[in-house]
Design a binder for this molecule. Structure first.
Ligand code: MTE
Ligand code: MO
Length: 532
């Protein structure tokens, strides 16, 4: 007997039914491949497959886990993955059948599994909202592919030829298959594409995992020159005030990398060349064998607007860049250190800012940890007093000694100034302008910085009143910011409070407004408060 949708195979299953099963498998395969690729940009833990797998592992009753380990030994993960693959394949094939018989039930099932992926990913340790994205992308791809392929099999109750003939393509059926050639070609193309995308995603994720594992193994050397201790009163101990040392998780991040470079200590090296007496290449072991210096340095981005938060203060551990330049022997006339990151970003730093007595560091540690991957793992630069775009190369792998007349770097090619000393500035951090304040004593608190000079004073002005001195937290160093507070007797009404910094060299922060381009914003930060 022949059904409306094609002939029966010798086993009694219609060819279009087989096609529906295949459509389901390919749709779910494409979905998982898409999830892998998108997870590359988020986290290896965020792929729907691994998120669900890890969640299953975490929630497996101990007895079952013990059984799995005794039965499969060190292959327990392979067994888990195989089991998951079999279950997913069965569900996928089922989705194909459901979508063909009762559309859009198959699509709905895929969407529900996408949601499970989202929930599993969001439940992973250290997850952020972005962990949801790979599963959402997977579900969308799965549903789209399923609908397209099922549509190409041909409508139930008609022949595939009549269903697709209008667009003029060749819909000649292989009569004994009962499935359009277009279905076969499209299905094969999607399957091949999904396999390729999945393989690329896997390879990239394996890379990421290698970096994470490598970083977990790094033991930071003890500094030969430790940073002076941070006095307790470098902090203000006022709720909502900025902390003197910025935790890594809160440290601003700025770079051009769409995908964070994934390096390992083993794969890292720094080539030093150009206007030097002796070119050399330094690897990780060479670097960590050198004397380490620990310094607190307040890093700032030139794009920071007045009152902005592209600034942070961390404890950096590394080798003095001056020591390396001394080893290379910088030739007279070399004015620029052109550094390049593994992803090709470039940065031009004045040689003079490295060889004067400031502690410019080739850093491997940040706040007692190996550099976080997004902050330059395994090695980056930190130069006190200069904006990040001319100094703070992350994932640095190449140093060329050259001159400012010969070479230009990434941002100087795009309209920013060739040199970028950080400008003196200050910021109000609390209270926020949102919501009314009760009249009476209000603690205004903020930060002020004048890197490599130091902060002498901070002044506060209410409305058009006189500049009044703020109370400064303990002075730590000329290369770090200084916190301040101002106890304000707030009276009812609308008031504007402004602050300005005074440097140890006597310079006063200007009220002149300038854009960040080309060499850093200026102007005074102020906040308006409604006091009731
Ligand atoms: N490789 C690389 N390093 C880079 C950048 C970049 O785009 N690529 N941006 C720089 C800029 S503009 C700044 S402000 C600092 C920011 O460092 P952070 O992300 O650790 O805060 O990194 C610098 N180092
Ligand atoms: Mo920056």
């Amino acid at each position: 007997m022949t059904s409306a949708t094609g002939r029966r195979s010798p086993t009694g299953i219609g060819a279009s039914t087989v096609a529906a099963l295949v459509a389901g498998l390919i749709a779910v395969g494409a979905a998982l491949a898409a999830g892998e690729l998108v997870a590359v940009m988020v986290s290896p833990d965020a792929t729907p497959f691994l998120a669900v797998g890890s969640t299953v592992v975490d929630h497996t009753p101990t007895a079952v886990r013990e059984w799995a380990i005794t039965t499969f030994g060190t292959s327990d993960k392979v067994a888990l993955f195989t089991g998951m693959a079999v279950i997913i394949a069965l569900i996928a094939a089922g989705c194909g059948l459901l979508e063909r018989r009762w559309p859009p039930v198959g699509s709905v099932v895929i969407a529900v599994f996408g949601l499970l992926g989202v929930l599993a990913a969001l439940g992973r340790p250290g997850s952020t909202a972005s962990f949801a994205v790979p599963s959402i992308a997977a579900a969308i791809v799965g549903v789209v592919v399923l609908r397209v392929l099922i549509g190409l099999i041909g409508a139930r109750g008609t022949t595939p030829a009549t269903a697709t003939a209008t667009d003029g393509t060749d819909t000649t059926e292989t009569a004994d298959a009962g499935v359009s050639r277009r279905f076969v070609i499209t299905a094969a193309a999607i399957a091949a594409g999904a396999a390729a995308v999945g393989a690329i995603g896997r390879a990239l994720i394996a890379d990421a995992a290698a970096t994470v594992a490598d970083r977990a193994r790094v033991l930071l050397p003890t500094p030969a020159h430790p940073a002076p201790p941070v006095p307790a009163d470098a902090d203000l101990h006022v709720p909502g005030a900025t902390r003197f040392v910025t935790p890594n998780a809160d440290f601003y991040r700025i770079d051009t990398a769409l995908q964070v470079p994934r390096l390992t200590t083993e794969g890292w090296s720094l080539r030093v060349h150009g206007m030097v007496d002796e070119e050399f290449t330094l690897d990780w072991d060479d670097l960590v064998a050198m004397p380490m210096t620990e310094r607190l340095v307040t890093l700032t981005c030139v794009s920071n607007e007045v009152g902005g938060d592209l600034i942070g203060n961390a404890r950096w551990l590394g080798v003095r860049m001056a020591d390396l330049l001394e080893r290379a022997g910088v030739r007279p006339g070399a004015s620029m250190l052109l550094s390049t990151s593994s992803d090709g970003w470039t940065c031009g730093t004045p040689v003079s800012a490295i060889t004067d007595n400031r502690d410019a560091l080739l850093a491997i540690g940040m706040n007692g940890e190996p550099l976080p991957i997004e902050h330059g793992y395994p090695v980056r630069q930190v130069v006190p007093g200069l904006y990040g775009y001319v100094s703070a190369t992350k994932w640095v792998v190449d140093w060329e000694l050259t001159t400012f007349s010969k070479a230009r770097a990434y941002w100087t090619d795009r309209g920013w100034s060739a040199t970028g000393p950080i400008k003196i500035a200050s910021r109000i951090d609390r209270p926020s302008s949102r919501g009314d304040l009760p009249a009476g004593n209000v603690v205004i608190a903020g930060t002020a910085w004048c890197q490599h000079v130091g902060i002498e004073a901070v002044q506060v002005r209410v409305d058009d009143g006189p500049w009044q001195p703020a109370t400064l937290a303990a002075d730590y160093s000329e290369d770090t910011w200084r916190l301040w507070r101002f106890d304000w007797a707030a009276t009812p009404g609308v008031h504007r409070v402004a602050c300005r910094a005074v440097g140890k060299d006597g310079r006063v922060q200007t009220s002149q407004i300038a854009d960040p381009v080309p060499d850093g914003a200026t102007g005074l930060h102020s906040r308006q408060f409604t006091v009731t």
